[in-house]
Unconditional design. Structure first.
Length: 311
């Protein structure tokens, strides 16, 4: 509208000068003609400049539907379920953009991000100071609970956080010490560098003090091992818990979305999609990915996989 308005004004000016020329004396014809030519030239140049500006603006504005390329993510295995669901929904909406995700663990994913190997580093814990110093920016996309699980035959269904600390530091070694069967406690955990392990140990304040019987490298492996091992205890992302295991209440509070939002359940952590620099500084493909996550469609995907939306 602004450009049309400029052209109308320029045209009106030209017409007015032409009318003045026709009404003037013949002796002024040469001068008036020169004036008309100058006015026309100015109007034409103005229109041309506006046309150029419009072209530059149009070129600078890219329709997301026309984007093509690849968005790369790497990191937390606990985030596999949500990443797969988001990727599938995103690529349905943007068929020319491919999303690839490698599940290498939070620490490895953040290392890949700061090294420039991937666009996004997935972390199931808050970022460390050294990661932030290396340029990583924490973008929380969801909140997850960490469920403490046992094999399905275990009769202990509720423990205190102090009991859990004593189990993982090796002070308690038999379920009978907790009112259960006379059965050895088999302590299962994640590998070093896992975001789930990092968050679990930090929340319980047992960093570098755990006595693991076995350390496994994926959430699914922990779930399967605990389910099939009498006396086993482990921790996994809340959204993967199924009927193959018991999920324990902690300090009398069940691991549910409602209890996590209310602040009553101790073990919860963020799901982070870190970028090197702010989202606004990323390429158009990455910005489109985060725009989708923030949209109603993206938020629905996150809710549907059992995660909690950040408040």
């Amino acid at each position: 509208m602004k450009n049309k308005f400029v052209k109308m004004v320029a045209t009106a000016a030209v017409c007015g000068m032409v009318a003045a020329s026709m009404a003037g004396c013949q002796s002024n014809g040469t001068n008036d003609s020169a004036n008309d030519n100058t006015a026309n030239g100015t109007a034409d140049n103005s229109a041309a400049d506006n046309s150029t500006d419009n072209g530059a603006a149009d070129a600078a504005t890219t329709d997301p539907a026309e984007l093509s390329g690849t968005v790369t993510l790497a990191g937390s295995t606990s985030m596999e379920k949500v990443c797969e669901a988001l990727s599938e929904a995103f690529m349905e909406e943007y068929p020319n953009i491919t999303v690839t995700v490698e599940y290498t663990g939070s620490g490895a994913g953040l290392e890949a991000l700061t090294a420039g190997s991937v666009d996004i580093g997935d972390s199931s814990r808050t970022l460390k100071d050294e990661e932030i110093a290396a340029g990583a920016v924490e973008n929380i996309v969801a909140i997850d609970g960490i469920a403490v699980i046992t094999d399905p035959a275990n009769t202990v269904l509720d423990i205190t956080s102090d009991d859990l600390t004593k189990i993982y530091t090796g002070e308690y070694t038999n379920w009978s010490e907790l009112g259960g069967a006379d059965e050895a406690i088999v302590v299962i955990g994640r590998e070093a560098g896992s975001g789930t392990r990092g968050a679990f140990e930090e929340l319980l304040k047992v960093e570098d003090a755990c006595a693991y019987a076995q350390e496994l490298d994926t959430t699914g492996a922990v779930l399967a091992k605990v389910a099939s091992t009498p006396g086993a205890i482990g921790y996994v992302s809340l959204d993967v818990v199924d009927d193959s295991v018991n999920a324990l209440a902690l300090d009398g509070v069940a691991a549910t979305e409602e209890n996590i939002l209310a602040g009553g359940y101790l073990l919860s952590r963020p799901f982070v999609m870190a970028t090197k620099g702010e989202i606004a500084d990323q390429n158009e493909l990455v910005k489109t990915w985060f725009d989708f996550i923030a949209s109603d469609a993206g938020q629905t995907v996150i809710s549907n996989v059992g995660l909690i939306l950040p408040q």
